[in-house]
Design a protein around this ligand. Structure first.
Ligand code: TRP
Length: 353
C-alpha cells in the first residue's frame, strides 16, 4: 500500500512556534525521510469559514500567510502538494455522503467540538457547518487515501471520528477507504506548548503567541517578558521548573549543542534545572539563553519567509499547481466511493439503462 500524508491548518492567522513544534517540524521530517509516495498539505479555508462566516476576508488574507509559513519552515513544493481546500469540490460531496454515516449524538460527544463550542460561546447557536466539520475533516483525509496524518495532539478526536467513518463506510459499501494513523511529535513538551503567559495554549485572541514571522526584536521582547515562577523573586530564591514556561520552551527547543555554544557553564538542561530549583539562578539568564536558542532555530526560518514574501506570484503558482494535483486525486477517490455506493448512474455497472 502507498504511504500518503495529508494534513493541514485553518488559515485564521499566522502560524506560531507552537504549530512548529507540535506538527510543522514533524511534517518536514517526514517529507525529507523519502518514505512517502505522496504528500498533501492543505490550507483549510472552508473549515476556517465554519466559524468565520462573517469574515471571509480574514480567511482570504491568511491563506498566503499560512503558505508563506509552510515554505519558510521547509515544506518543499517539489515533494509536497500545498493546496486550498475550498478549490476541491469533491471534498464537500464526500462530506454529503459521510454525513449519513454519523449521528448527531456522536459529533456532540467529540471532545474537540465540545471544547470549541464552549470557547466560542456558541451554546445554542452552533452553525450547522461548524458542527459538521469533523465529518468534512474525514473527507479531507480519506479523499487523499492518507495513511499518515501529522497534526497537533488536539486533533486526536478528529482522527478517531474519521476512522469510525472509514470503518462504517467500508462495512456498508465495501473496502474503499483507508484508515489513517495520527503522527504526533515524540517530544512531550512539544505536544502542547504553553503561551508566553504560562496559559495552557497559545492563542491569537489572548495574545500570548510567538509567531514564526516575528522579527528578532519582537522575539526577544516576548521571551524577556515570559511567565516563569511567580515565587522566584530574588536570584537566591529556589525556583520551580514545572509550569515555568521558559523551562517548557527549553524542553521543546534546546539541545546539548546549544549549551556548548551559548551556555557552556552547564552541560545540559537537567543541570540548569537543578541549579534553578536549588536557587541562585536568575530569570534573566535563562531567558537570554532561551532567546539565543530560539533565534538559532527561527532566525533562518524568518529569513526564508522574508525571501518568499518577495515572491508572492510564485507562491500563488505553487498553490495553483498543488491544487490541480490534489483535485485529480480527490476525483479518483470520489469516483471509487460512488462506484461502491452504486450511484455512478451514468457509467459502468451502475448505469440505469
Ligand atoms: N482541524 C485542523 C486545524 O484546526 C485543520 C484541518 C482540516 C486538518 N482538515 C484537516 C488537519 C485534515 C489534518 C487533516 O488545524
Amino acid at each position: 500500500m502507498k504511504k500518503i500524508i495529508l494534513t493541514g491548518d485553518r488559515p485564521t492567522g499566522k502560524l506560531h512556534v507552537g504549530h512548529y513544534v507540535g506538527s510543522l517540524a514533524e511534517r518536514v521530517r517526514l517529507q525529507d525521510s523519502g518514505e512517502f509516495d505522496e504528500i498533501y498539505i492543505m490550507i483549510a479555508d472552508a473549515q476556517a469559514l465554519t466559524d468565520n462566516a462573517d469574515n471571509p476576508e480574514k480567511v482570504r488574507q491568511n491563506i498566503i500567510n499560512v503558505a508563506l509559513d509552510y515554505l519558510a519552515v521547509g515544506i518543499d513544493p517539489n515533494k509536497a502538494n500545498i493546496f486550498i481546500q475550498s478549490m476541491i469540490p469533491q471534498l464537500p460531496e464526500l462530506t454529503c455522503y459521510y454525513m449519513n454515516l454519523v449521528t448527531v449524538a456522536r459529533v456532540q460527544r467529540n471532545p474537540t467540538v465540545k471544547a470549541e463550542i464552549q470557547q466560542k460561546n456558541f451554546e445554542q447557536s452552533v452553525p450547522v457547518g461548524f458542527f459538521c466539520y469533523p465529518i468534512s475533516q474525514a473527507s479531507d483525509i480519506t479523499a487523499f487515501q492518507a495513511t499518515h496524518v501529522p497534526v497537533g495532539e488536539d486533533q486526536k478526536p478528529m482522527l478517531e471520528q474519521c476512522n469510525e467513518i472509514v470503518r462504517k463506510f467500508n462495512a456498508t459499501y465495501g473496502e474503499v477507504l483507508v484508515e489513517p494513523e495520527i503522527v504526533l511529535s515524540s517530544n512531550k513538551a512539544c505536544l502542547r506548548l504553553p503561551g508566553t503567559d504560562g496559559k495552557a495554549k497559545m492563542s491569537k485572541s489572548i495574545g500570548n503567541c510567538i509567531y514564526l514571522a516575528d522579527d528578532a526584536k519582537t522575539l526577544k521582547t516576548k521571551i524577556m517578558s515570559m511567565y516563569t515562577d511567580p515565587n522566584h523573586i530574588r536570584i537566591e530564591d529556589p525556583g520551580q521548573v514545572e509550569g515555568n514556561s521558559v523551562f517548557t520552551y527549553l524542553d521543546a527547543f534546546s539541545t546539548p549543542e546549544h549549551f556548548a555554544e551559548f551556555l557552556p557553564e552547564y552541560q545540559c538542561l537537567d543541570e540548569l534545572k537543578e541549579h534553578y530549583t536549588r536557587g541562585g539562578l536568575g530569570d534573566v539568564k535563562i531567558k537570554k539563553f532561551l532567546n539565543k536558542v530560539m533565534e538559532a532555530k527561527f532566525g533562518p526560518i524568518r529569513e526564508r519567509r522574508r525571501e518568499w514574501e518577495q515572491r508572492i506570484p510564485e507562491v500563488y503558482d505553487i498553490l495553483k499547481a498543488g491544487t490541480a494535483v490534489a483535485e485529480k486525486k480527490a476525483a479518483e477517490t470520489l469516483n471509487k466511493v460512488k462506484d461502491a455506493m452504486k450511484i455512478n448512474y451514468f457509467s459502468g455497472d451502475d448505469r440505469l439503462a
